[in-house]
Design a protein around this ligand. Structure first.
Ligand code: MG
Length: 403
């Protein structure tokens, strides 16, 4: 496309697991000595499939291309498999795409958020995760975050005898067991306790994590409305998104959705029909920054705010990509935080700073983050019979449930 002599000369896939979380990062090298970019391609439940997709398919596809042509590389790589989207191919594409934005920023001598229009805010407010065995422990953990300067805290409580999302399992006999009804009974009582002890100032969030039948999610949302949550997340599985239409008619509780979305046909209808309030996609799972910045702009026109997925299995490179959009998008809502431990920060020099309940951008060019390949190699993927895949969670009768 372009007449520049700059070329992509190599693509490397870096697998590393500091903190025992399987991370995949792609490094795109260019014909200019020392000029390279990094991108997040972490799909921690199927990392080896992403490695193959990058090494065997995208690497030969992009070598020799001009790294300046981000949009054309994205569009042509996207259709090069004919069958497209899905978490494996989208993560592979994200590794390349984010690395190209990193290179573009380095060439412009600007942070990526400058390429996206500059700062709309100085930092990205974060929400922290507070959990506990009982209401009192959750309350104490919320207070701890408040003392550290957090305004937004997600609250999850254990359900006695069950393996509950977001808090320590109390299942007996080593089997991950889950029942929806005890959970639906306990959660409104948790928020009654938190509001009566903590007051109204703190912004509280909660994640259902697609674990309950849709009609029970609607009932729970109605019960929680009076506690003024900042958002209620993933009330339905992606397979059940038609239920949002019914939920919206019955409650004004703010809804966050989308961490499992991989395809435009999942998220576009929810935005255009104004059925959700926060877009939660995992940026590498929709194909990287090129797709995410378009999605953010689309959401802006419909009053939907961003709340990019930010767990520990988004690599620090992915968090830097989240941050580039967080500070530049007008319709930023909130950012989920992960505080990376020392060994992870050492593997990823330039890992975004977190203090005062917010993530702060640097003024380094590109994504402002690097990967130390020598150090990364000291943390190989841990041995695991399923190579990182999640084991089943079952109801008491043995039925497998969505995780
Ligand atoms: Mg979630």
């Amino acid at each position: 496309m372009s007449l520049s002599s700059l070329k992509i000369t190599d693509v490397k896939v870096i697998c590393t697991a500091p903190n025992r979380i399987r991370l995949v990062v792609v490094k795109v090298l260019t014909s200019e000595p020392g000029l390279y970019g990094v991108g997040c391609a972490t799909f921690t439940q199927r990392p080896l499939a992403v490695v193959t997709a990058v090494e065997q398919y995208l690497k030969p596809f992009v070598i020799g291309r001009d790294p300046d042509d981000i949009e054309d590389i994205f569009q042509s790589a996207y259709v090069s498999s004919y069958w497209r989207t899905g978490p494996v191919l989208n993560n592979a594409l994200s590794g390349i795409d984010e690395a190209l934005w990193d290179i573009k920023g380095k060439r412009a001598n600007m942070p990526v958020y400058q390429l996206f229009g500059g700062k709309s805010r100085e930092s990205a407010p974060l929400y922290a995760h507070a959990s506990g065995r009982d209401f009192k422990e959750v309350e104490e953990n919320v207070r701890k975050y408040r003392e550290q300067g957090y305004r937004y805290v997600r609250a999850q409580v254990a359900v006695p005898g069950l393996s509950t999302y977001g808090s320590r399992s109390t299942s007996a006999g080593g089997r991950a067991t889950w029942e929806p009804t005890p959970y639906c009974r306990i959660v409104p009582k948790l928020f009654e306790h938190l509001r009566s002890t903590l007051g109204d100032e703190v912004e509280l969030l909660h994640d259902i994590h697609e674990r309950i039948p849709p009609i029970q999610a609607i009932g729970l949302a109605k019960e929680l409305e009076k506690y003024n949550l900042f958002f209620l997340e993933d009330p339905f599985a992606p397979e059940d998104i038609e239920y949002f239409r019914l939920m919206r008619q019955q409650t004004a509780i703010p809804i966050a959705m989308g961490e499992l979305f991989v395809n435009q046909n999942e998220y576009v209808p929810l935005v255009k029909d104004r059925l959700i309030d926060f877009m939660r996609v995992h940026i590498s799972d929709i194909g990287g920054l090129s797709m995410a910045r378009k999605l953010a702009a689309f959401c802006e026109f419909f009053g939907v705010r961003t709340a990019w997925h930010g767990p520990g299995d988004v690599s620090p490179v992915g968090h830097a990509a989240n941050l580039a959009l967080d500070v530049s998008c007008y319709n930023f809502g909130i950012q989920e935080q992960t505080v990376f431990p020392e060994e992870t920060r050492a593997v990823f020099p330039g890992c975004p700073d977190i203090h005062d309940g917010a993530m702060w951008p640097s003024d380094r060019p590109g994504l402002g983050i690097d990967v130390d390949e020598t150090l990364a190699a000291k943390y190989p993927f841990p041995e695991h019979p399923l190579n990182g895949a999640w084991p089943a969670i079952r109801r008491e009768d043995g039925t497998v449930i969505k995780p």
